[in-house]
Design a protein around this ligand. Sequence first.
Ligand code: ZN
Length: 127
Amino acid sequence: MRLEHRFVKFIPKDLESGVIYISIRFRTAIHLCACGCGNKTVTPLSPAGWKLIFDGKTISLDPSIGNWNFPCRSHYWIEGNRIHRAEEWSDEKVQKMRRVERKEAHFKKKENFYRRIRKLLRISNTR
Ligand SMILES: [Zn+2]
């Protein structure tokens, strides 16, 4: 399956299937899930997120796109404007990913909590 890339300033509200919209300004790429389910797949472009490779003619995204949160659970690579199917997510893997995500969310919350406490302590120490 082929994908057409479009560099845009703003991501349009209604997305065309088979098109990947790329906003450099907002460092985001977005496309409709390649399986055809109609879910929007958002890929933030960042050192911790996805890497966009533009060779002047086609685009590639790295790493692969795993829509394990969608009912379709599709998993594919976008390479040279082509969709390459990767292995499907097993129930086990989905569970594992959910656990990792929950852990990360929990860790972030805890981190914020400690940061707040530290800030509070600093404030009370300087008094
Ligand atoms: Zn899908």
